[in-house]
Design a protein around this ligand. Structure first.
Ligand code: HEC
Ligand code: HEC
Length: 293
């Protein structure tokens, strides 16, 4: 037996392990306890992790990786969240469909939910024509005011959204102003008189002689839709001609163009693109923009 009593390195005062290479001796400096503690801790952690969580890839028949005892799966989590959101949405939908208009508007929580759903659907689908927030554009009615072509109650608005206007479908709202000039129903001079008449209807100064000449023509050709006094008719989507709100424009040149040839604005039907709840939410949103009745 050789003497194994540890040799002490004279420079550092540390024991050597007794290993020596070409005069270089290995000092006996064991790893600190805290370091070993962490090291073994991570080893234990990783083994526990493999057991509990999805970890090892691709054993045949295991769909890509080991499942782990907890069967944790982000994909399943997402699917659960999505189906919860769907359930919430359809609960919202059936509430929206079950309540009548006035009731929805009275229920703060329900109308807030409908508004947020309606606002996002509007931004994605309607703002292209009606402008952000429904502020309208030439030929596309402003929805954020209290002037309505076809009606501003929640159910009128909902009907318009569901079925659209002049899009060829049987349920669509429909009317057709004749092309008085293009189709030769009225001569140019009568159209010029009518331009003055419409200008006078909206309380602006106009040639009184032309207005007098046009009065019987208006009653004969226009009053069936725009009303005897020019107030319009919602069953025909005919605008009120006595106010300062114009779908196409109230200057004489634009009025002339409108009487000469019809515009017949078209709005698509949305019933096939949205579920009932989204359509009702859109109606609540449009109604809320400013002029709901
Ligand atoms: C392709 C363009 C277009 C799109 C997209 C469109 N609209 Fe319209 N909308 C129109 C036109 C044009 C009119 C007016 C037609 C007419 O009567 O002259 C109209 C009319 C309306 C009216 C009737 C207004 C009134 O005064 O009675 C409502 C309500 C309406 N749109 C809501 C919507 C909603 C909600 C959406 C989105 C789901 C939408 N629109 C998308 C073109 C569009
Ligand atoms: C069959 C119904 C009908 C008749 C008849 C009719 N209109 Fe119209 N008119 C409409 C409708 C509907 C609109 C708006 C919808 C569209 O064209 O997009 C309109 C729009 C207008 C506008 C545009 C208003 C705006 O806000 O820009 C003017 C002006 C007008 N009509 C004048 C007349 C005059 C004048 C006559 C008679 C010579 C007449 N209309 C006859 C249905 C009618």
């Amino acid at each position: 037996m050789t003497d194994r009593s540890p040799e002490v390195d004279p420079h550092s005062g540390v024991e050597t392990t007794g290993h020596e290479w070409d005069g270089i001796k290995e000092l006996n400096n064991p790893l600190p306890r805290w370091w070993r503690f962490i090291f073994w801790g991570t080893v234990v952690f990783s083994i526990v992790y493999w057991v509990l969580m999805p970890a090892w890839p691709a054993l045949p028949g295991m769909q890509g990786h080991t499942r782990g005892v907890w069967e944790q799966s982000d994909r399943v989590d997402v699917a659960t969240t999505v189906s919860a959101a769907r359930a919430e949405r359809s609960a919202l939908g059936s509430q929206l469909m079950a309540r009548d208009a006035a009731d929805i508007l009275k229920d703060h929580e329900l109308s807030q939910l409908a508004l947020s759903l309606g606002e996002s659907a509007f931004g994605d689908n309607c703002a292209t024509c009606h402008g952000a927030g429904g502020r309208g554009a030439k030929g596309y009615p402003q929805l954020a005011d209290d002037v309505w072509l076809w009606g501003g109650s929640l159910s009128d608005i909902e009907y318009t959204i569901r079925n659209g206007i002049r899009n060829g479908a049987a349920e669509a709202r429909f009317s057709e102003m004749p092309a008085f000039g293009r189709d030769g129903f009225l001569p140019q001079d009568q159209i010029s008189d009518l331009v003055e008449y419409v200008t006078a209807l909206s309380r602006r100064s106009a040639d009184p002689a032309a207005v007098a000449r046009a009065a019987p023509v208006f009653q004969q050709q226009c009053s069936s839709c725009h009303g005897v006094t020019g107030l319009g008719d919602r069953t025909k989507g005919a605008p009120n001609l006595t106010d300062a709100d114009w779908l196409y424009g109230g200057d004489r040149a634009t009025i002339r163009r409108t009487i000469f040839g019809p515009r017949n604005g078209v709005m698509p039907a949305w019933s096939s693109r949205f579920d009932d709840a989204t359509i009702r939410a859109l109606a609540v949103y449009v109604h809320s923009l400013g002029g709901g009745e």
